[in-house]
Design a protein around this ligand. Sequence first.
Ligand code: AMP
Ligand code: TRP
Length: 476
Amino acid sequence: MNMNDYENKLKELGIAFIKAEHPDLRTPAEVQSYLGLTLADGLSTMIMKIDDRFIAVIRRDDCRLDFKKLKKELKCKSIRMANDEEFEKITGMPIGAARVYNPNLKTYLDNKLFEKEFLTGGTGSFICSFRYKTEDLKKIPVSEICDITEDFSKKEKIVFSGIQPSGNLHIGNYIGAVRQWAAGQDEGLNIFCVVDMHAITVSQDPKTLAQRTKEIAAILLAAGIDPQKSLLFVQSHNPDHANLGWVLNCYLSMGQMSRMTQYKEKSEGKESVSVGLFDYPALMAADILLYDTTEVPVGEDQKQHVELTRDVAERFNAKYGETFVLPEPVVPKVGGRVMSLVDPTKKMSKSDANPNGAIGLLEDPKIARKKIMSAVTDSGNEVKLDWKNKPGISNLLEIYSQISGEQYSGGNNYGEFKLAVADVVEKFLINFQQKYKEISESGKLESVLEIGAKRSYEISHRKLLEVYDKVGFVRL
Ligand code: AMP
Ligand code: TRP
């Protein structure tokens, strides 16, 4: 249906609208800003697949879909956004240009649409938008009004976390970080970033860095990060991070930065330490603050950096008025610290000199078995959780319960216990690596990362411009 036919169809249905022409603009944020409107004045039509059929969902641009509500409302088992190909096939439009009326599609209208008299939305073209009379949207054939976006009364949860593509990801990263990220995806907005710019604060081999960046992204997908629900992107693909990092630099003091434990640890005994390593928390603060993040799920070791992020955000807000949301670090109650298998008083770490201390997620499951079997245990023979006196056994118990989801119920024989842990870990790795292989071979990784970078930029760039305005950078 061309634009003329579409206009005629709307008239025929009795849907009033006014045409607004503009330059070629792709995102709702750009369009609204060009037209002098806010996100709350815009609407978007989303094409979704529920069970085995497609539907259209219309929501205001400042309202986020609540998948739980949607599932309940539609009484369906599975629900996801249509991918680019499906979208284009069904609507005949390029993604981003959806119209409110799509023949043959049942359309669900979110009730918050009707809080506004007019809303601007897609027309099938990037150079023209329609300001629709909201009340008239009820005339869309086969449509239904429902409550499917998140409540504004509760503070929206925005989760951001980053992971470095340095070293091989190990089961500590999985238990303490990645798995928890995947588990929280149904609530709020979840953003996950492979922080390659953080990785170069210490020396990296370029080829290995590039390969690991992709590897980690695929690992995140294998661990259950769902790109239909969450944003996944690579830090260097969104220039806003470095740009805000620079600004924040100027609001952090040398004294504050010098107190960072991780910096002290990582620089200790080194002949030469990069300024980047020292300055790294400023970039991390930028990562977090660009997205109005409310929660940062991290391991214990990163808590101090999130506190620093809060400090710099508070300082900036005090000087320039409310700009940044203060994030909370969320450290998992259990599993936040998986310890090294060779020295259970030290954290399992990617950078440990002794390869037997950590179990890589992509490591040969047979070798992983051997590492568990030769893990350092403690004197005595009781298999019980006692971090003070039995760190080795406690660590293995924790790995067992975290990976299997069950408490160890065997007896007090160290050998038997280790066998049980080895079995659980081996089974887990085989399963995980199978998923990883499927994802790496599917060829979809690049497009997932491309979409993630684009979407993250849509959010971050508004924040960056707000900051630039506040500090006095001239806009042309
Ligand atoms: P890193 O390996 O230091 O880049 O950390 C990536 C994420 O995994 C961060 O959230 C860390 O806090 C978390 N993490 C790293 N090592 C462990 C560990 N041994 N146990 C639990 N979580 C960890
Ligand atoms: N510094 C974190 C680490 O080394 C990675 C990271 C970078 C991060 N930016 C972040 C974590 C933002 C949480 C939020 O593990």
